[in-house]
Design a protein. Structure first.
Length: 287
């Protein structure tokens, strides 16, 4: 649609048609300017509304709302202070519970070995991390069941029946856990951390938990990597054979992984690899 323009110069008047001026659409600078203007307008409105509400708050005479958490009795009572400290310690332990699960049980060795076998075959996403972690958790529950029963009978049930206090519960619960970790720890690692702690010759049952746990972690990492190396060897042989065959045939541009992957899967299925791996893992803790 055209528009008519009237131009007046002195006593002369001329009428002419002017081409329509269409607004530019899709110009990023225009869109950005409009959005910026709307944003600034909204910000000014919100600031003005907040200032008016804040200015009217003292006139209303309403007392500010406060939240008070009380653990019973006055704040100067030593019993209440001890209860508050126990609550803080309990919340801290709940936060660190996953670390205890990962480092003080058989979970570390199992999940590392399962990750090694997936890498040795050459599969990046099958089985997925969730499957490996879930499998490791259930295997850890199976392996740790005798230790958990001892903790329940010797520490948890007396504590629930009000027969022992919290300190005694922690001491009694640490005995089965230390026994399990010491069975899987190398003596050299225990001696190393015992020497770092500055303690002399100590009986096995008197070893502190701060010495047993790091020794157990290092021993588990060493054992897991040893098992992972042994798992890599047969699949590495297949990679060498496939690479040599492709080189002899002049197929240097063919990726060896593409050819060796089916043979690896075939070997793993024929020997019932998952059964062998799980049985080896469980027997490594039982023995």
């Amino acid at each position: 649609m055209t528009q008519t323009a009237i131009e007046i110069r002195g006593n002369n008047c001329s009428v002419g048609a002017v081409k329509p001026v269409l607004p530019s659409r899709g110009n990023p600078s225009h869109i950005f300017c409009k959005c910026l203007g709307l944003g600034l307008l909204l910000a000014f409105l919100l600031c003005g509304l907040g200032g008016s509400v804040y200015a009217q708050a003292p006139a209303s005479g309403a007392a500010p709302t406060s939240l008070t958490l009380s653990l019973g009795g006055g704040g100067d009572d030593p019993a209440n202070v001890a209860t508050a400290i126990q609550v803080v310690v309990l919340m801290t332990l709940i936060t660190l519970a996953p670390s205890f699960l990962l480092l003080m049980t058989s979970f570390t060795r199992i999940v590392i070995v399962l990750g090694f076998i997936r890498g040795a075959i050459g599969l990046q996403g099958a089985p997925s991390n969730q499957i490996l972690v879930g499998m490791s958790l259930f295997l850890s529950m199976f392996i740790m069941m005798p230790t958990a029963k001892r903790v329940n009978e010797e520490a948890l049930q007396p504590y629930m029946n009000k027969q022992i206090n919290t300190a005694q519960f922690a001491e009694k619960a640490s005995v089965p856990m230390k026994a399990f970790m010491l069975r899987q720890s190398r003596p050299a690692e225990v001696d190393f951390f015992l020497g770092l702690s500055g303690q002399g010759a100590t009986k096995t049952e008197d070893l502190p938990i701060t010495v047993v746990v790091p020794a157990f972690i290092l021993s588990e990492l060493r054992t897991a990597f040893q098992m992972g190396f042994l798992l890599y060897v047969p699949f590495l042989v297949i990679d060498f054979l496939v690479s040599a065959t492709l080189m002899s045939m002049g197929m240097m541009m063919m990726p060896p992984m593409m050819i060796s992957l089916p043979f690896k899967l075939l070997l793993f299925v024929l020997v019932d690899g998952w059964h062998l791996i799980v049985r080896s893992l469980v027997q490594s803790f039982v023995s």
